[in-house]
Design a binder for this molecule. Structure first.
Ligand SMILES: Nc1nc2c(ncn2[C@@H]2O[C@H](COP(=O)(O)OP(=O)(O)O)[C@@H](O)[C@H]2O)c(=O)[nH]1
Ligand SMILES: [Mg+2]
Length: 256
């Protein structure tokens, strides 16, 4: 399967070269797309100066910081247009281990969505401060209780999708701006009856730079999860409403 690893960046100049090198070495058949929101620290300059730029490394530049969900939607649209069979999403801060890419992509042979999971047997979280561990743990308990999905790591950001999965869950039609983009897609995949597999990973605290996590991002996730469940219970859910168009152009029209 030809695959692309989509990496959203905002001020990751200190990490991006190491991440690119790690991905290219760990997954020799994968390309990379960096989606940069005009980072003032020159992240895009580092990407352009990578020896594999325009070969295996590509760059999508956006005018300003518009959130993780928006960056991924743009990156996924690019990947679908380019015809990749599998699309991986991954953070730029060295939290997600590139050496687990083969396991994640391999899982797609028998799954539609493979999640790099911290909370299955063999998975772990390394160096995260107690506050972040608690937010992540509580977030997962909340999502499992409210949405009732059988996924241990519903907030994970290291995932591989078959291209048909992105169409089936209508990913370009998703609404989340912040990190609840992760929850939204996992929920959509579960509700679409797709095969979801969790692959253990060790998650590490970011290499360098600062987290973009904020209370607004947490509030968005708490609120949206409740609204999604409410709509499901009242029969007004828009999670996955029938078979989706296979072509990305059709999807984009649905969003416009
Ligand atoms: N393009 C883009 N990337 C973002 C934005 N917000 C966060 N990111 C990236 O999303 C990934 C996860 O963000 P991070 O700050 O590490 O979140 P944390 O791990 O939850 O603390 C990193 O690669 C960030 O650079 C954004 O608004 N736009
Ligand atoms: Mg991070």
């Amino acid at each position: 399967m030809n695959s692309v690893v989509v990496i959203p960046t905002y001020c990751e100049a200190a990490n991006i070269t190491a991440v690119l090198d790690g991905v290219l070495a760990a997954s020799p058949d994968s390309d990379v797309l960096v989606v940069d929101d005009n980072s003032p620290d020159g992240t895009a300059v580092r990407v352009r100066s990578h020896p594999q730029f325009r070969h295996r490394v590509h760059l999508l530049e956006r005018p300003g910081k518009a959130g993780l969900g928006a960056a991924y939607r743009a990156g996924f649209a690019w990947a679908l247009d380019a015809g990749y069979d599998a699309v991986v999403q991954m953070d730029a801060d060295l939290s997600h281990p590139p050496e687990r890419l083969p396991a994640l992509l391999g899982a797609l042979e028998s799954a539609d969505l493979a999640i790099g999971s911290r909370y299955v047997r063999g998975g772990a979280v390394r160096d995260w401060p107690l506050r972040r561990r608690l937010i992540s743990w509580a977030g997962n308990v909340y999502v499992r209780l409210v949405l009732g999905i059988p996924v241990r790591d519903a907030t994970a950001g290291f995932k591989a999708f078959r291209r048909e999965t992105l169409s089936r869950i209508r990913v370009l039609d998703s609404v989340s701006n912040g990190y609840c983009f992760q929850i939204e897609n996992t929920w959509r995949a579960c509700r679409a009856g797709l095969r979801v597999s969790e692959v253990p990973i060790t998650f590490s605290d970011r290499g360098l730079g600062e987290s973009k996590m904020s209370s607004a991002i947490v509030r968005e996730a708490l609120g949206r999860v409740l609204v999604w469940r409410w709509r499901e219970l009242t029969g007004t859910s828009v999670a996955v409403s029938g078979p989706a168009a296979e072509d990305p152009a059709g999807q984009r029209n649905a969003v416009a």
